[in-house]
Design a protein around this ligand. Structure first.
Ligand SMILES: C[S@@+](CC[C@H](N)C(=O)[O-])C[C@H]1O[C@@H](n2cnc3c(N)ncnc32)[C@H](O)[C@@H]1O
Length: 289
């Protein structure tokens, strides 16, 4: 049985949000997302025999890469989302990866083996906890002493064109107004985007040697502007805006988004810039007696 404390997130990631992410356009393996994965696994110093936990693993792209880097170790991907986990399991089986497993679990509360992992990694999977300190403490306890944590999370909304551009287009407002419309540090995409808060959360959870480095890697949203518009209408704040605005039909929203996304289309697809924090930390920090 999956014991879930983050029930709203469970519903979202097993509902429309999870379905949209399970269907999302895949980076080809040499695109910008792959670069972020490489940076993240390097920050976690994942080696050949490591036991790796992937938190909020989603469709398992990072888990699969970690499994390849640790052929004599193993990887456990945990996530709330059943549809995303089924895609992860299918992909790992299709790739013949025998050292990766996936479990549906709430990372904030689930029982993980103490000292069970050498490294914990997460790509955009740690911002949705009702209590991030409790969640990161739970993850830390699963690491051996000296175990490494590395994750990627977004910088503030103003630094993420992938948020500002489509939201401003749908609301018909200038970019700054789209930034101001963001509701604040609730459990959502930007909840750890404030660098000082991020540091406090990691220290509060008991991690030490914390590094928080800015990186800027664009994200792929579709092969064409129309496909990217479909993706934006299926998830996140853009889906929410259209749902809430009775005067904005899906067709009209699609037209607005497609028009604004044209400027970001190139041979590699529709790429929107964004800033991320690349975070590294070691478990435990100062040992408290
Ligand atoms: C933005 S997606 C990122 C997925 C994946 N890491 C990727 O890069 O494509 C966030 C993921 O975190 C998962 N998630 C959110 N809250 C969680 C929780 N409490 N425990 C485990 N997973 C969670 C969601 O189900 C979702 O798959």
């Amino acid at each position: 049985m999956v014991v879930v404390l983050n029930t709203e997130q469970f519903e979202a990631w097993n509902g429309a949000e999870g379905a949209a992410w399970a269907a999302k356009v895949q980076d080809t393996g040499d695109g910008p997302e792959a670069e972020l994965h490489r940076l993240l696994l390097a920050a976690a110093r994942v080696g050949g025999r490591d036991r790796v936990l992937d938190v909020g693993c989603g469709t398992g792209d990072l888990s699969a890469l970690a499994a390849r880097r640790a052929p004599d170790g193993h990887v456990l991907g945990i996530d709330l989302s059943a549809p995303m986990l089924s895609r992860a399991r299918r992909a790992a089986a299709g790739a013949g990866l025998g050292n990766v497993a996936f479990e549906q679990a709430d990372a904030q509360t689930c029982a993980l083996p103490e000292d069970g992992f050498d490294a914990a990694v997460s790509m955009y999977g740690v911002m949705f906890f009702a209590d991030p300190v409790a969640a990161l403490t739970n993850i830390g306890r699963a690491l051996r002493p000296g175990g490494r944590l590395a994750f990627v999370c977004p910088q503030p909304p103003a630094d993420c064109a992938w948020y500002v551009i489509p939201v401003a287009a749908l609301l018909d407002v200038p970019p700054q107004a789209a930034v101001d419309a963001y509701p604040g540090p609730e459990p959502a995409m930007f909840s750890l985007s404030d660098r000082a808060r991020l540091g406090r959360v990691l220290a509060g959870a008991g991690f030490g040697d914390v590094s928080i480095e800015p990186v800027h890697v664009p994200h792929l949203f579709g092969r064409t502007p129309a496909q990217a518009a479909d993706g934006f209408l299926a998830s996140g704040p853009t889906r929410y805006i259209v749902e809430q605005d009775a005067g904005l039909t899906r067709e009209r929203a699609h037209t607005k988004l497609t028009a604004v996304l044209e400027a970001y289309a190139g041979p590699g697809g529709v790429l929107l810039p964004g800033g991320q924090w690349l975070v590294g930390a070691v478990w435990p920090g100062e040992v408290r007696l």
